[in-house]
Write a protein that binds this ligand. Structure first.
Ligand SMILES: CC(C)(COP(=O)(O)OP(=O)(O)OC[C@H]1O[C@@H](n2cnc3c(N)ncnc32)[C@H](O)[C@@H]1OP(=O)(O)O)[C@@H](O)C(=O)NCCC(=O)NCCS
Length: 160
């Protein structure tokens, strides 16, 4: 069974937020509609366990480093329900998302950012073939402070 699939309305009750110090951005409205699944625009997919349970979601936002379309790339993110963390899903889901982008789009570079203290996400990204490229100082305002983040990227030619 594929680990990632388009979101269904029934998934939304599980696709909450929070349960992590790295996801403390204050009150947010519950999701009321599935994210678009098309890889060509901002969107998201549901992450499933081996036995088909909804475990969380991956999402992406397109951004660009130059004015031309070839300089565009997605910045990805992930959130897993606390019941499904620490069993390898974060690693596999982000690896699968990267392969999906390389197979179904012509993108050359996929980015991800995470807090310098979020060891689980750093390890998951590294095991999914992403490389740490640098520190983004004071990049994220969260829970009363600015936090340093690491920028990660995986290129089409990178191998885990
Ligand atoms: C971060 C997250 C996606 C990682 O996914 P995961 O499925 O829990 O992680 P994995 O099981 O794939 O483990 C990846 C690595 O992190 C390690 N790890 C897992 N949980 C950890 C923890 N709490 N502390 C330190 N290391 C941890 C694992 O041992 C593994 O390392 P290894 O490859 O050296 O053995 C998931 O924990 C999560 O959704 N957390 C809350 C939201 C969040 O932080 N999202 C990312 C924001 S940028």
């Amino acid at each position: 069974m594929p680990l990632l699939r388009a979101q269904l309305p029934a998934d939304l009750s599980v696709l909450g937020r929070g349960g992590s110090p790295y996801d403390d951005f204050g009150p947010r409205s519950p999701k009321t509609a599935p994210a678009p699944a098309s890889l060509d625009a901002d969107g998201g997919l549901t992450v499933l366990t081996e036995d088909g349970q909804v475990a969380g979601d991956v999402s992406w936002r397109w951004q660009q480093w130059g004015p031309n379309a070839s300089s565009r790339g997605p910045m990805i993110g992930i959130w897993l329900h606390p019941d499904h963390r620490g069993v390898g899903l974060g690693t596999r889901a982000q690896a699968e998302l990267a392969l999906l982008f390389f197979r179904q789009t012509t993108v050359n570079r996929i980015e991800a950012g995470t807090d310098v203290q979020n060891i689980a996400e750093q390890r998951a990204l590294e095991r999914a073939g992403f490389r740490r490229e640098g520190t983004l100082r004071g990049a994220q305002w969260r829970d009363g402070n600015y936090h340093d983040c690491y920028l990660y990227a995986r290129l089409r030619t990178d191998r885990p």
